[in-house]
Design a protein around this ligand. Structure first.
Ligand SMILES: Cc1ncc(COP(=O)(O)O)c(C=O)c1O
Length: 609
């Protein structure tokens, strides 16, 4: 993997040029240049770079694909889309969604009261708002307020009780009644990790019997005209298109039946989200088996076919794809702080005047190792190592001899691996994997890559630079939390190889890609590490502009977020320092200044990188 699979996961958004990762857009800036410029202001720790042009690209791609499918099949309905806020609610991203979505009337989907307020505040009156998830009377009343304000809002009910509450609220106030949607509990299930979002035992939606009851309830209360939408969602990151086709046939037929039963207000089908993103770095790990073109063709063609057969007008189509829209827009950059090397460097050798004979032999093997005899010498070295361990355990050699032996064998293995780097057999591959290097990254996996921790989701990982030099060290990544789960272990199936770097002399940055969906909102402050610093990068023909740099929360702020009183913490620390003995008043004052500085710095490590 000399290009880190960039041709698989990057969707042409990033390229490798001049040994660096660059944006494949306009002036093609390098991620390293951007990172260094942002950090030049003194900002330390992990960094999220947002690229709004990638959001624009995804929105345009989605809408134009459906437009084309609709045109090609002479479909009579229209296409609409909303962005599900749960995927990422950070303001800079939502601003981009609103700005670039305007031309398409792109709307927002809300799943909670707070998200609904956000949608009401940020959506223009023409763009649709859909509301999913469980709702109480207050949330339903908020929906009525939104309708009264002129929003094009649909409250999708997840159960009959919600419908009863809508009816109750409509009778108790004079506010405009919002559109009503009904989530279908389909028999069809999805595929992949989130398949349980669909199917008969799914947490959400109404069964056929409940659906009929809902229609009766609406009729009895003279509200059937407000029933505008049926909705389903079979799960995120759909790997395969077949389950969606099954769900479309089921939902399409339900829609047609409801129309024929007199649901005259009904005019749209919302197919939820689920469009997958490619995260793989190796061909054999690819999971997504369809293209956007196939997806939009299938949706439009199948719905058209069902409606034509049943003599029903083509419905408008809504999607709620989130991951597809925003995953690519954010890159997490982490400095490497340290290499916890198993690599015992030759410079640490302390050869004695008189060594045990086996150590002398190792010295000789190391000196004379060549391409022709490398495997033979490697086997001799491994053999000697075993013998030397036994001698140490029996007390015949000392710790310095053992250390020298470890270093020499290690160096011999590395030399042999290098000589055979293009034709490694099983034995050499195993040795290579055992020589893993641990790279300590200035980030928290729990905060920035929670799906790796929770569901083992791989995120494409690549050094931002040095890409013209061999990266031969099998790498495990350690984060800075004190939790052994904070590690992305080396996988021999999909190995990550990184460079041998001397961090005293140069910086080394890793980029984690496609992290724009779910990671920021699911991220947790384990060990009190806060959301990373972030900024937005606008790329122009002749350069780029760094905008909206938001530094990660300070130590005091993250504590106050938990409910601690910032002032009280400050006072307690100051008092403790004032009462301490054995230092002068001047030293106390210096220490206090330092302490205050630390408290207002962000939660990540600063000294090394
Ligand atoms: C109802 C609903 N709509 C849309 C989505 C967004 O899905 P995705 O991000 O996979 O497109 C979800 C997420 O699971 C969802 O539950």
């Amino acid at each position: 993997m000399n290009n880190y699979g960039i041709n698989i996961w990057a969707d042409d958004n990033f390229i490798i040029e001049d040994a660096q990762v660059k944006l494949n857009y306009l002036s093609k800036p390098s991620l390293l240049d951007i990172t260094k410029e942002v950090r030049s202001s003194g900002l330390k720790g992990p960094l999220i770079l947002r690229f709004p042009h990638l959001i624009e690209k995804q929105i345009k791609t989605l809408f134009s694909s459906f437009k084309r499918s609709i045109k090609e099949t002479s479909y009579k309905g229209s296409f609409f889309a909303v962005f599900p806020l749960k995927v990422n609610q950070f303001p800079e991203l939502i601003n981009s969604i609103i700005t670039h979505g305007k031309a398409f009337n792109y709307g927002l989907e809300a799943g909670s009261k707070a998200e609904l307020i956000l949608a009401m505040a940020r959506t223009s009156k023409d763009a649709p708002i859909t509301v999913n998830g469980f709702k109480d009377q207050e949330m339903i009343s908020l929906g009525f307020m939104a309708a009264q304000m002129g929003h094009n809002i649909t409250l999708t009910i997840e159960g009959l009780a919600e419908l009863e509450t809508i009816i109750k609220v409509s009778k108790s106030c004079k506010l405009k009644i919002p559109s009503i949607g009904i989530r279908l509990r389909l028999h069809s299930t999805g595929s992949g990790v989130w398949a349980k979002s669909g199917g008969a035992d799914s947490k959400f939606g109404l069964s056929a019997t409940e659906l009929l009851e809902a229609i009766n309830l609406l009729k009895e209360n003279d509200m059937l005209e407000h029933f505008h939408m049926v909705h389903f969602h079979i799960g995120s990151q759909m790997e395969d298109i077949t389950p969606l086709k099954r769900a479309l046939r089921e939902a399409g037929n339900i829609y047609a039946e409801l129309k024929k039963m007199g649901s005259t207000g009904l005019r749209s089908i919302n197919i939820g989200g689920g469009l997958a993103v490619e995260y793989a770095q190796y061909q054999e790990d690819r999971l997504k088996t369809y293209t956007l073109e196939e997806f939009s063709n299938d949706v439009v063609f199948l719905l058209g076919e069902i409606m034509d057969k049943k003599g029903v007008e083509h419905p408008d189509i809504f999607t709620e794809s989130g991951r597809f829209i925003v995953a690519s827009h954010a890159v997490l950059i982490t400095p490497v702080l340290e290499l916890f090397s198993q690599d015992h460097q030759e410079k640490s050798l302390r050869i004695k005047d008189k060594n045990p004979p086996l150590v002398d032999e190792l010295i000789d093997l190391n000196k004379t190792l060549n391409a022709k005899h490398s495997i033979e010498y490697l086997h001799d070295a491994l053999d000697h190592m075993e013998s030397l361990f036994t001698l140490f355990n029996l007390g015949y050699i000392d710790l310095q001899d053992r250390s020298n032996a470890e270093i020499l064998v290690h160096v011999i293995i590395k030399k042999a691996l290098l000589l055979h780097k293009n034709n490694q057999n099983n034995e050499l591959q195993k040795l290579q994997a055992a020589l893993q290097e641990r790279y300590l990254i200035n980030a928290s996996i729990f905060q920035s890559l929670p799906d790796y921790w929770g569901i083992n989701q791989h995120f494409p990982t690549i050094p931002l630079h040095k890409l013209d030099q061999p990266a031969l060290l099998p790498a495990s990544l350690w984060d800075i939390t004190c939790d052994s789960d904070g590690e992305i272990g080396f996988s021999s199936k999909s190995p990550l190889y990184l460079h041998d770097v001397n961090l005293d002399e140069e910086e080394y940055f890793l980029g984690f890609f496609n992290v724009g969906a779910y990671q920021e909102t699911l991220g947790m402050s384990h060990n009190l590490f806060a959301h990373p610093s972030e900024c937005t990068i606008e790329i122009h023909q002749n350069g780029y502009k760094i905008k909206n740099i938001n530094e990660s929360q300070s130590l005091l702020k993250i504590m106050s977020g938990l409910g601690y009183d910032e002032n009280q913490i400050l006072i307690q620390l100051k008092n403790s320092l004032a009462r301490s003995s054995f230092i002068t008043e001047e030293e106390k004052s210096d220490t206090l200044q330092k302490l205050e500085l630390y408290l207002y710095q962000n939660t990540y490590l600063r000294t090394t990188n």
